[in-house]
Design a protein around this ligand. Structure first.
Ligand SMILES: Nc1ncnc2c1ncn2[C@@H]1O[C@H](COP(=O)(O)OP(=O)(O)O)[C@@H](O)[C@H]1O
Ligand SMILES: [Mg+2]
Length: 249
């Protein structure tokens, strides 16, 4: 399938920016994420997180750093309900994630965009199809899907690659497709698990600039990384995971 992409006109405004303007009157100080005395013990008895507390406010940008195996991915998995806390509460957007099942968990997940280190694109689908797929699965109308597709691809700089397949793209471009897929539904919370882990410094910086732009548009963004240089280059709060504990840096 090919997808016709019309050239954006000057009056087209990013749907991402529009959503942020709609939310402008909402409070900046409300919590988007709260971990309350959370312990995560895996079935092998390993404590990935031990009685930790964390609050991330709406519209904040937070880095989570820490050595490999320290629990960064575990923390994000708790936020989107892929793992359940052994003890304590994980609150996202005022919902107790562990208490949600079925449709209510699906609804919360629609409000969370997720970006992975390894992109997780569907190889047989074009860039546009990979991005639209999420909205199709959520029952958006064709018209709404097309309204969202173009500004999203434009935001990640891939409008001209809409009809390419993932294997025709560089790693940096593939990661930008995966960001487009994560944000096309304009979720208020964006989680990125080592999004630059497979990228060179230039591509890493491009990805970080996109994530920061989304944050400027109003999304709450949480990024795990062990790239200290990248963290220093951006001026955002940092929480380090070490020995099951969280440390503000
Ligand atoms: N499903 C699992 N079962 C058992 N142990 C796990 C599981 N997932 C992660 N772990 C362990 O929990 C610790 C934290 O893992 P993870 O959150 O993936 O760390 P990071 O993302 O910081 O590299 C590691 O020691 C890892 O081996
Ligand atoms: Mg990890």
């Amino acid at each position: 399938m090919t997808t016709a992409i019309k050239t954006p006109t000057k009056t087209d405004k990013s749907i991402h920016q529009q959503d942020s303007e709609n939310q402008r009157h909402s409070s900046n100080t409300a919590a988007m994420v709260q971990l309350r005395s959370v312990t995560k013990t895996y079935t092998n008895g390993y404590d990935a997180l031990l009685d930790v507390n964390l609050e991330v406010k709406q519209k904040e940008f937070l880095f989570i750093t820490g050595p490999s195996g320290s629990g960064k991915s575990t923390l994000l998995k708790l936020l989107y309900g892929q793992e359940l806390p052994t003890q304590g509460e994980v609150m996202v957007d005022d919902c107790n994630v562990a208490a949600l099942r079925g449709d209510r968990l699906s609804l919360l997940r629609r409000r969370i965009g997720i970006v992975f280190q390894d992109y997780k694109l569907i190889p047989q689908r074009t860039v546009a199809e990979n991005v639209m797929f999420v909205l199709q699965a959520q029952g958006y109308t064709r018209k709404e899907i097309h309204r969202r597709l173009e500004p999203t691809l434009k935001l990640v700089g891939l409008l001209s690659k809409a009809d390419c397949f993932p294997d025709q793209l560089s790693g940096g471009e593939q990661q930008r497709v995966s960001i487009a897929r994560a944000i096309v539904g304009t979720p208020p919370l964006l989680l990125a698990d080592e999004p630059t882990g497979n990228l060179d410094p230039d591509n890493s910086w491009q990805v970080m600039q996109i994530l920061q732009k989304l944050n400027a548009f109003g999304a709450t963004v949480i990024v795990t990384t062990h790239d200290e240089q990248l963290v220093r280059r951006c001026n955002h709060p940092v929480v380090q995971v070490r020995d099951g504990q969280l440390y503000r840096k």
